[in-house]
Write a protein that binds this ligand. Structure first.
Ligand SMILES: Nc1ncnc2c1ncn2[C@@H]1O[C@H](COP(=O)(O)OP(=O)(O)OP(=O)(O)O)[C@@H](O)[C@H]1O
Length: 158
């Protein structure tokens, strides 16, 4: 592979990020947040390890948002009409971004919380616990709500 080919590959990859950024509002927001976090971290007294955790978190969220953009675009090329299977694929793909964003908030609470507000990591532990209990609970509540709705409809029909 010649050096001009390497440059071309780099340019295509750069274009990919540029196009995704232009098309996706969420990606713009994640880039802005990542930029602010990294700039703020520059002025804080944090260790190299903590900086790596922050970088890992913000780069992961943007990476997952790029994957989500890719999945959405693939699905739209495949079929634009409403399809429950496409809904599932797109929703799971969006879920990946949400999941990594939750991880990023845990890292932010531990690293930035400590450096900015002298928080211990108990708060982050609390949030982690809430995240892990909230999802099964929300699913349960939604199932219960749709069960009650179905029951209501059936009894109305007599
Ligand atoms: N073809 C489809 N069939 C069924 N549901 C769809 C379809 N296209 C989109 N949806 C639903 O709409 C949601 C948003 O999809 P869309 O492609 O508009 O992404 P978006 O507005 O860029 O969202 P995101 O914030 O996840 O990037 C999907 O998560 C899915 O629930």
């Amino acid at each position: 592979m010649g050096s001009s080919n390497i440059l071309k590959s780099f340019l295509h990859a750069f274009e990919g990020i540029e196009e995704a950024l232009r098309a996706q509002r969420n990606l713009k927001i994640h880039f802005a947040v990542a930029f602010v976090v990294i700039v703020v971290s520059y002025f804080l007294n944090i260790s190299a390890e903590e900086f790596l955790w922050l970088s890992f978190a913000v780069f992961s969220v943007i990476g997952m948002e790029l994957i989500n953009t890719l999945v959405e675009a693939l699905m739209d090329v495949y079929d634009k009409s409403f399809d429950p299977a496409i809904k599932f694929v797109k929703d799971v793909s969006a879920g990946i971004v949400l999941w990594y964003s939750l991880f990023a908030t845990i890292v932010g609470l531990v690293v930035l919380g400590k450096a900015l507000f002298h928080w211990t990591f108990n708060l982050a532990r609390g949030f982690t616990m809430i995240y892990l209990t909230v999802f099964p609970m929300l699913i349960l509540i939604r199932r219960l709500a749709s069960f009650v709705k179905r029951k209501g409809k059936n009894s109305y029909r007599g």
